[in-house]
Design a binder for this molecule. Structure first.
Ligand SMILES: C[S@@+](CC[C@H](N)C(=O)[O-])C[C@H]1O[C@@H](n2cnc3c(N)ncnc32)[C@H](O)[C@@H]1O
Ligand SMILES: [Zn+2]
Length: 355
């Protein structure tokens, strides 16, 4: 793709993987979709969406910076992409229009934009909302008060903070969609370096909206033995495994983070494309497929657990083999290279790690 990046217009080459994956996900959705890239900067994401996917029926690029809009127009012309380019505030633009696929890629937290993004679907039966958050320190619990302010949720600064981050973000999206009678269900989730990316399917219906909200809850966590449990409600109580006082985070989303058939379609599309990161994407998607069926917070960092239990750290392959030998589900997780995701009960996990 031909891309000019003038001074003063944001462009981060490190987000290429994120743009590849969100483009694959959009392509995997099929149908004919009107798309808005509501914070487009150079326009690279939206322009790639249209160039690479036959199912984008129209594209609007929006940014409130004059320089960004000039760059987006130039880049659209250079790549022969037909689209609308508008210098507007994203919220104001979305509030008055409707699209099938809304892309929100702000600096930092998307929280201030979610209300208007959800509102833009008010006349749609179904749509897709794609959200990036780069405020990982907030979502991962380094800035407790900021997380409460932006997301209305208590975070946890522990070894599964990245899974917690996407679940807090998803909870916020669900709570913004529900008042418009929209359910919101994640179909794709990526946690990578300094950001998370989630794509949601929204569906019209009061019952569905209520069902989405019912998937919110809390996670309790024992800092002594790593016990954790996702629940609708939590009380301040002691760890059922070791008796230590539990910590908690939430409200947050406790349901599935991926739709397996979408991940498989993304894999097939990736095989046909000439992305520089094709091999990395294939590996990532395969890991997501293997972890997608396993319970929320079945994510155990083996290093943390070994340290807390004062036992020898075993290698990942050895650990996975031990679980398989017992007939227990266990997979790697894309959230962390030293963690596994398993449906095994906490006591069994401790037994296998300590063996
Ligand atoms: C992180 S950049 C977007 C990067 C781009 N999506 C990409 O993949 O390279 C965020 C952009 O949002 C724009 N922006 C920030 N607040 C906005 C708002 N309220 N309305 C529209 N654009 C906004 C900024 O000018 C900036 O260009
Ligand atoms: Zn415990």
């Amino acid at each position: 793709m031909l891309l000019s990046v003038p001074n003063g217009v944001f462009y981060n080459p490190e987000m290429e993987l994120c743009r590849d994956l969100s483009g694959l996900c959009l392509g995997a959705l099929g149908g004919k979709l009107s798309v808005v890239d509501a914070m487009c900067a150079t326009g690279v994401r939206g322009l790639r969406y249209r160039k690479e996917n036959g199912n984008v029926s129209s594209l609007a690029l929006v940014d409130m910076s004059s320089r960004a809009v000039a760059a987006a127009k130039r880049n659209a012309a250079a790549n022969r992409v037909k689209c609308t380019v508008a210098k507007r505030d994203a919220c104001e633009y979305l509030r008055n229009r409707g699209f099938d696929f809304v892309e929100l890629d702000p600096f930092g937290s998307p929280a201030p934009y979610l209300h208007d993004a959800a509102k833009s679907f008010r006349e749609k039966k179904q749509g897709f909302l794609s959200v990036t958050a780069t405020d990982m320190a907030v979502l991962c619990g380094a800035h407790h008060a900021a997380c409460m302010k932006y997301y209305g949720a208590v975070p946890l600064d522990n070894e599964f903070c990245h899974e917690n981050a996407v679940r807090i973000l998803a909870g916020k999206v669900i709570l913004n969609c529900a008042p418009f009678n929209l359910s919101a269900e994640p179909i794709f989730t990526l946690s990578h370096r300094h950001y998370v990316k989630m794509i949601f399917e929204l569906r019209r219906g009061s019952e569905g909206a209520v069902e989405s909200v019912k998937r919110l809850g809390f996670v309790s966590y024992c800092p002594a033995c790593c016990f954790r449990e996702a629940k609708r409600l939590v009380a301040i109580e002691r760890c059922p495994s070791c008796g230590h006082l539990l910590q908690y985070a939430g409200p947050l989303y406790t349901g599935a983070l991926w739709r397996e058939d979408t991940l498989k379609s993304m894999l097939r599309l990736n095989a046909k494309r000439v992305y520089r990161k094709r091999a990395q994407i294939e590996k990532l998607l395969n890991t997501m497929i293997s972890e997608s069926g396993i319970r929320a917070y079945g994510y155990y960092d083996l290093h943390t657990l070994a340290k807390k239990l004062s036992v020898r750290i075993k290698g990942m392959e050895e650990m996975l083999a031990d679980f398989a030998a017992e007939g227990l589900s266990a997979s790697r997780t894309h959230f962390c290279p030293t963690a596994i995701r398993t449906d095994a009960p906490h006591k069994k996990i401790i037994e296998l790690v300590s063996k």
